[in-house]
Structures are given as structure tokens and as C-alpha cells.
Design a binder for this molecule. Structure first.
Ligand SMILES: Cc1cc2nc3c(=O)[nH]c(=O)nc-3n(C[C@H](O)[C@H](O)[C@H](O)COP(=O)(O)OP(=O)(O)OC[C@H]3O[C@@H](n4cnc5c(N)ncnc54)[C@H](O)[C@@H]3O)c2cc1C
Length: 369
């Protein structure tokens, strides 16, 4: 039996632990705090399959399929909700990017279509559309409360035979590969580091350099709000989703590297003000903000994940550029299979970088390709 350590109890690590245990591995999942206490617990829970590249479309399709399968188990629910993204009049660059993306997404079997302002208004009367140049809608999309997902997958992993150790700060060892927890070395046949913003530091301590940069993004919730689809206003640079009786809105990306142990957990006043104005412009509603917070995402030089083996027996799953939750069920499944001898996702092979590349952080949700 293969003994595997998974470091990180977020969406990716919890799913990988489940998939490994399901496939017969002897798995231990280490989480430094409580399950879902990292970025997953701070995420917006927007899920869609609207990707234009073949590999991304396949990954997202599988992820949505699995979210639907898991829905209804434990506290986790996937609520079908279309995803709309739009560019405003005068923003020709993003408008033409949307017009160009949609046929490519359709070529990969995605259920997406272009909408003009009138068609958008006819379907969602709560959205103001008078300034919209072009919009697109993806029908295979939905919203979840992301903090409910890792506990479900961790409990499914336990039911499949895995051990789950919360409040266990793991460090990674090489030669032989393993982890150290509370000063005790524990040997494993393979270690998967899915430690979110801490991944780069953990691997660096083990002498492995990876091309990752944690960066801060922000979100807020409102007391009330109209019934909107999942909406990304590409020109305004923010997204919206229904959340409880109100809305959740976000982005507020900081395009510089954050220290994973020392960053501002609260949202900036400027982000809150700009986002309130954005909501008012898009819905006509003047909303009351109930909570505003920040969290960390991880960037890579080409904005694609680092998923796979970095050294014999040492695997990484990180670098999701703000799309890590929605792809977690599929990416974690692929890397779990790779740990057990499968091919993983070759396009996301982490060794395509040496780890010492210079690169800029580019926010994840963007249509400027
Ligand atoms: C405000 C915000 C909104 C977002 N919205 C979305 C969205 O709508 N859709 C989407 O797809 N993505 C979204 N994201 C991105 C998403 O949150 C991440 O991509 C995803 O949660 C990454 O999951 P993960 O399991 O890799 O990381 P994490 O959830 O961060 O899990 C890593 C875990 O590793 C643990 N850990 C770290 N070091 C150690 C150690 N030494 N030992 C043991 N455990 C350790 C951490 O405590 C953490 O729980 C958003 C992010 C933020 C911040």
C-alpha cells in the first residue's frame, strides 16, 4: 500500500486525500489549523466552466460534474446559477476579447453564448445594462458556500480510510521524502503539498524552488441586494454573486507578493468604497456592507497551475490564480491519480519552470488575453 501525506486541508488537499484514499492509498491529511481555514474559507464560491483553452475546459467540466455529484452531502450544496461576464461601452479591448473567447469556449463544448444589452436585460431585470457593450453567459455554473466543501471531502476521506490531523503544522523533508510534525519525522512514499499561500515557503525550506507568488485579493458581503446571476464586470474589475439575502462582491487584487505569515486580513477602505459604487452602478442599489475581508491567491508566470511531481515522491498543487476553488475537484483528482502512477495534467507540469523566474502578478479574473 502506498503511504501518502497530504499537506493542507483546503479544497485541493481535502479532495486529493479523498481521491487517494478511494484509490487504496494509506493517506494522512495534515492541516495547520482547522480544515478550510486557509483561502478556501475566504473564497467567493463562484464556479463555472467558461474557459477557452482545451485543457482548462476539460478540467472545469470535470470539476462542475463532481460539484454536482457531491451536492446535498453534508452541508455542501451546489446551486445552479448562470455566470455572466460583460464589457462596458468604450472598453473595446475587453469587448473584443469576450467576442473572441466565446466561440473558442463553444468549440470545447461549453454551453456559453454572447448576449447584447437587451438580451441581458430581458433575462436579468435586476442588472443595469444601458452601458453594456457585450456580455456572455455560461450556463454550466453555480454558487456554493466554499467553507462547507473541505469538511465534506475530509470526512469522505476519513470514511475511505484516511487519517485527518488538524492543528498539525507540517514541514517537508526530502531524502527520504516525508513530513515532520512537532519535531517528529514521519516517512511516506509520497508527499503532496497543497498548502495554498504557504506552498512556496514550505517547499523552499525543503530546498525546492517553485515559481509561485502569493498575492492579496478582497471581498465583501451586503445585507441585501437584488437577484443577480454570477456576474463579472470586466471593465469595472469586480464580480458579484447572490449570498444569503444579499450579495458577495470582490476582486481588489494587489499585484504584488504578500508574505503568507504577515498580511492584512481586513479589506481596504478604498476597495469597499469602489465596490459599493460598482454594485450601485451595476444594480442601481445602494447596499449596506456587512463584512469585508482579504485572502491570498497564488500566481505563476503563465497563470496556469503547478500540478505534479517536483522531486522523486514530492508533489505540488498550487498556483490557481483565483480559480482554485472552482477547479479543485478535478485538479486534485488528477494529481491524486498522478501520485499513484497516472499521468496527471501534463500541461501543468511544475517543472516547466525552474523556480527562479522573474514575473509579474496578473489578476486571475481577466478577459484581456
Ligand atoms: C476573497 C477570495 C475570493 C475567491 N473567490 C474564488 C472563487 O469564487 N472561485 C474560485 O475558484 N476561487 C476563488 N478564490 C481562490 C480560492 O480561494 C483558492 O484558489 C483555493 O481555495 C485554493 O485552495 P487550496 O486548497 O489550494 O488552498 P487553501 O484553501 O489555502 O488550503 C491550504 C491549506 O494549507 C494549510 N497549511 C499551510 N501550511 C501548512 C503546513 N505547514 N502544515 C499543514 N497545513 C498547512 C493552510 O492552513 C490551508 O488551510 C478566492 C480567493 C479569495 C481570497
Amino acid at each position: 500500500m502506498t503511504h501518502v501525506a497530504v499537506v493542507g486541508g483546503g479544497a485541493v488537499g481535502a479532495t486529493a486525500a479523498y481521491d487517494l484514499a478511494e484509490r487504496g492509498a494509506d493517506v494522512t491529511l495534515f492541516e495547520r489549523g482547522e480544515i478550510a481555514s486557509g483561502s478556501t474559507g475566504r473564497a467567493a464560491g463562484i464556479v463555472y466552466d467558461a474557459f477557452a483553452e482545451d485543457v482548462d475546459a476539460r478540467v472545469a467540466d470535470r470539476a462542475v460534474e463532481r460539484f454536482r455529484e457531491f451536492s446535498g452531502e453534508g452541508d455542501f450544496a451546489f446551486r445552479e446559477t448562470p455566470y455572466v461576464w460583460l464589457a462596458r461601452e468604450g472598453d473595446e479591448k475587453r469587448a473584443s476579447a469576450i467576442r473572441e473567447q466565446v466561440p473558442r469556449m463553444r468549440d470545447h463544448g461549453r454551453d456559453v453564448s454572447l448576449l447584447d444589452a437587451d438580451e441581458l436585460a430581458a433575462e436579468w431585470s435586476a442588472l443595469r445594462t444601458d452601458d453594456v457593450a457585450v456580455a456572455a453567459v455560461a450556463r454550466d455554473a453555480g454558487r456554493v458556500y466554499p467553507e462547507t466543501y473541505p469538511p465534506l471531502l475530509a470526512s469522505k476521506a476519513e470514511a475511505a480510510g484516511a487519517s485527518v490531523e488538524p492543528n498539525a503544522v507540517a514541514s517537508v523533508t526530502t531524502d527520504p521524502v516525508g513530513v515532520a510534525v512537532d519535531g517528529e519525522d514521519r516517512a511516506f512514499d509520497a508527499v503532496l503539498v497543497a498548502a495554498g499561500a504557504h506552498t512556496k515557503r514550505l517547499l523552499a525550506e525543503a530546498g525546492v524552488s517553485v515559481a509561485l507568488k502569493p498575492y492579496r485579493v478582497q471581498a465583501l458581503t451586503t445585507a441585501d441586494g437584488p437577484d443577480v446571476p454570477l456576474t463579472y464586470d470586466a471593465t469595472g474589475g469586480f464580480y458579484l454573486r447572490p449570498y444569503g439575502d444579499g450579495l458577495l462582491a470582490g476582486d481588489g487584487t494587489e499585484e504584488f507578493e504578500s508574505d503568507p505569515d504577515d498580511w492584512a486580513r481586513d479589506a481596504d477602505d478604498a476597495f469597499v468604497e469602489a465596490t459599493r459604487e460598482g454594485i450601485a452602478a451595476r444594480t442601481g442599489d445602494d447596499v449596506d456592507v456587512t463584512e469585508a475581508w482579504a485572502g491570498l491567491c497564488c500566481a505563476t508566470p503563465d497563470r496556469d497551475p503547478l500540478l505534479g511531481e517536483v522531486r522523486d515522491g514530492l508533489f505540488v498543487a498550487c498556483g490557481f490564480q483565483g480559480h482554485g476553488f472552482m477547479r479543485a475537484p478535478a485538479l486534485a483528482e488528477a494529481v491524486a491519480e498522478q501520485v499513484l502512477g497516472g499521468e496527471g495534467v501534463p500541461a501543468f507540469d511544475p517543472t516547466r519552470f525552474t523556480g527562479d523566474e522573474e514575473f509579474e502578478i496578473v489578476e486571475g479574473m481577466t478577459v484581456e488575453e
